[in-house]
Design a binder for this molecule. Structure first.
Ligand code: HSE
Length: 440
């Protein structure tokens, strides 16, 4: 049978990996897919780079629309990124009846509803395994492998750049800015790392996983997004003394009130496997009612790891494209007419536990006052750590750090009590609050 014809938009790192892996493993991929898969056309503004990536026999063009207009192309791979021209091209490819494979988490997290609706109406597939956690087949696992389960929650380290920075901060006791510079020098962080360090990239990914896990529309605008830029080395150290590591987690949970959808630094017990995911690696823990807790670990970025996910989607489409569209796996795991309208909760309604660090005057009654206000608010304390004043502020210091771990509490209640604590004359600096996930 004739090979399925693929057009590639964007011949960068992942595109180059896709060519290499497709070529290296072409026989095995063909035996799995049932027919050959061939990239016959590539579009990139840098045609010289595209020629180098594509090699002999592949048509190279500068205009992506030539690929979309080619009637021989069955599948378009979008590796351009961003929400601008990529959105336009994906919608045009769908309108032209092409199946689409994309690694573009930003595009789908923000415009997914429009794109999936267009694909559904046209009867084509939009596959996006490479958009979440690179080479880890987490979309496949959530959408198909765990399909028997009522998924309760998932939590993931889904941004390698920030995990690398946090690992370095912990290992070397360095502050955020120093490690970021080093990460940029080594090529672990982009020249403009904003999306990574501010948690936006992780929020795009957890938004997609949340939609698939719970059958809700993709709602990036409802996600709580907080990055790692304000994390201090001393909080990493105190967390360690209390038996925790700090990770940037993407968390989504089903609760009786609605769906939690959030990205922020979190204390994770050091004994959990997730706490031991170091460097640029990614991992996602998913808890289903039937299966219990499952863990997916691997490379979340890079040329061939991401190509691995792109090609898995190409194989899926090759196997399924002749099937009746109604019998394919739905884009978001649930049939479009059976989506849930469970609301995404505002952060004030989220229930979790907390690490609070208060710089306080080292005098009688301060601890009692602080714990008294927490008790009045109904917030139960799990652990308290207080360092000697000399250790914190140098010899003769009259200030110290008071670290409190709480049990579960409603975030709105914690906000209120933090305002009361902050107003105490013996609380000398802005209180540091980091959320804590036990991941039981
Ligand atoms: N910039 C991402 C990361 C990889 O650092 O994990 C692509 O999503």
């Amino acid at each position: 049978m004739k090979s399925i014809q693929v057009g590639l938009l964007g011949a960068g790192t992942v595109g180059s990996g896709t060519f290499k892996v497709l070529q290296r493993n072409q026989e095995e991929i063909k035996r799995r897919a049932g027919r050959g898969i061939e990239i016959t056309m590539v579009a990139d503004l840098d045609t010289a780079r595209a020629r180098e990536v594509a090699g002999e026999g592949v048509k190279v063009v500068a205009d992506a629309r030539e690929v979309i207009a080619n009637p021989d192309i069955d599948i378009v791979i979008e590796l351009i990124g961003g929400y601008g021209i990529a959105r336009q091209l994906v919608l045009e490819a769908i309108a032209a009846g092409k199946h689409v494979v994309t690694a573009n988490k930003a595009l789908l997290a923000v415009h997914g509803t429009e794109i999936f609706a267009a694909a559904h109406a046209k009867g084509v597939m939009v596959a996006f395994e490479a958009a979440v956690a690179g080479g880890i087949p987490i979309i496949k696992a959530l959408r198909e492998g765990l399909t028997a389960n009522s998924i309760q929650w998932l939590a993931g380290i889904i941004n390698g750049t920030t995990n690398f920075i946090l690992s370095e901060m912990r290992d070397k006791g360095l502050d955020f800015a120093t490690v970021l510079k080093e990460a940029q020098r080594l090529g672990y962080a982009e020249a403009d790392p904003t999306f990574d360090i501010e948690g936006v990239d992780a929020a795009h990914k957890v938004t997609l996983m949340s939609a698939i896990a719970f059958g809700i529309p993709v709602q990036f605008d409802k996600a709580h997004v907080e990055g790692i830029t304000k994390l201090a080395a001393q909080d990493i150290k105190y967390a360690e003394q209390l038996g925790y590591r700090i990770k940037l987690l993407g968390v989504t949970k089903r609760t009786a009130q609605g769906i939690e959808l959030r990205v922020h630094p979190s204390l994770v017990p050091s004994k959990r496997l997730l706490a031991n995911v170091e460097g640029a690696m990614n991992a996602v823990v998913v808890h289903g009612d039937a299966v219990g807790t499952t863990l997916y670990y691997g490379k979340g970025a890079g040329s061939e790891p991401t190509a691995s996910a792109v090609i898995a989607d190409l194989v899926d489409i090759t196997r399924l494209h002749t099937a009746d569209a109604a019998h394919r796996v739905p884009h978001l795991a649930f049939h479009p007419d059976a989506m849930s309208d469970l609301k995404v909760l505002p952060m004030s309604e989220v229930v979790t536990s907390y690490y609070l660090r208060l710089r306080v005057a080292d005098q009688a009654g301060v601890l009692a006052k602080v714990t008294g206000l927490l008790a009045t608010a109904g917030i139960s304390i799990d652990a308290v750590l207080q360092r000697e004043a000399d250790e914190v502020g140098g010899e003769g210091s009259t200030q110290t750090d008071l670290i409190i771990l709480t049990h579960d509490a409603r975030e709105g209640t914690v906000n209120d009590v933090m305002a009361e604590l902050q107003a105490l004359p013996t609380v000398l600096e802005p209180i540091v609050r980091i959320r804590k996930e036990e991941l039981k």
